[in-house]
Design a protein around this ligand. Structure first.
Ligand SMILES: O=C(O)C(=O)Cc1ccccc1
Length: 307
């Protein structure tokens, strides 16, 4: 049975998302303490794939995941999942809200209940843990007074109880997760795909605008752009781009060819079906047929068959 890594321990949002990503096949889910450790296990071939959180509708991207995807050997995303996220305040039985001095959770969870904490636990100290479930485990071990966890965490930490449920500042928050593997056969195009790349461009006038123009000129819808520092050179950035379409689509292949020419580095991070299955809208001039006919025309001109 294939082993699939996830950000653990049991009871994280990532575990739930990874279960839904691997629902179609038998898999053994293996918890890792951090996203980089889970990705290292994939790179070493110790597990087949890893489920990782990438972005949240309230708090934005998960920097640890973006950084870990671009350092070391390339990995590619093959599937995407969207998970609604809700948060509970878990405590050891008998803990009163007024007695809570420390609250532990993953930084992304803490950020999504910031207003609730300010209004309801103004004096409590906030402590970051490697995941929401790690926060619950630490509360069960007596290290902190309360944890902000996924509702499912209670099943794994039965010694805790839910003091308050549904404490997210924004209802209906959603987190996007990816299943990533070592490069290999790509998922087939479905007509409702997303492609992710990471590009490094020169620090020159117009370089980002020109890169984006390569997409818009080919009718490609950009769904996300994010920059992260390169780290060892101050002021230089990597741009993470997500856009509608599959690398097998003519317009995407054409755009990637242009990106490869323009950028000092382009890392392909995958073409995979979008979780919401919304088909890409492709204008007539960017259709497969339009690309095929125009490429054929150039071939004919080059061969002296047409002018
Ligand atoms: O810590 C978890 O449970 C995770 O899976 C990371 C996370 C944290 C907050 C929102 C979404 C994912």
């Amino acid at each position: 049975m294939p082993q699939i890594a996830y950000l653990g321990p049991a009871g994280t949002f990532t575990e739930q998302a990874t279960r839904s990503l691997t629902g179609d096949f038998d898999a053994e889910l293996v918890p890792f303490e951090t996203v980089p450790l889970a990705l290292t296990a994939v790179r070493r071939g110790e597990v087949l794939a890893a489920g990782v959180p990438v972005e949240n509708s309230v708090e934005g991207s998960v920097p640890a995941t973006l950084d870990a995807l671009t350092t070391d050997e390339p990995l590619v995303a093959v599937q995407e999942a969207l998970l609604p996220v809700q948060f509970d305040l878990l405590v050891r039985p008998g803990t009163e809200q007024s007695a809570i001095r420390t609250v532990a959770s993953h930084p992304h969870a803490l950020a999504q209940v910031r207003d609730w904490l300010a209004a309801n636990l103004p004096g409590a100290e906030v402590r970051a843990t490697s995941s929401t479930a790690a926060g619950a485990a630490a509360v069960a071990a007596g290290e902190f007074d309360a944890a902000i966890s996924a509702p499912v965490a209670l099943e794994h930490y039965p010694s805790l109880e839910r003091l308050v449920g549904g404490i997210a500042d924004v209802r209906d928050a959603v987190t996007r997760f990816l299943l990533v593997r070592r490069p290999g056969k790509l998922p087939e195009p479905t007509g409702a795909d997303r492609t992710s790349v990471c590009a490094v461009i020169g620090d020159e006038v117009g370089s980002l605008a020109e890169l984006l123009a390569e997409l818009s000129l080919r009718g490609i819808n950009l769904s996300r752009i994010e920059s992260r520092p390169i780290k060892d050179r101050f002021g230089e950035y990597r741009f993470f781009l997500d856009f509608d379409g599959h690398v097998a689509d003519a317009r995407i292949g054409d755009a990637l060819t242009a990106l490869r020419r323009r950028c000092s580095t382009v890392r392909f991070l995958g073409s995979y079906p979008k979780a919401d299955r919304t088909p890409a809208s492709v204008r007539e001039t960017a259709s497969e047929q339009a690309f095929r006919l125009s490429a054929q025309w150039v071939e004919d001109v080059r061969a002296g068959r047409l002018a």
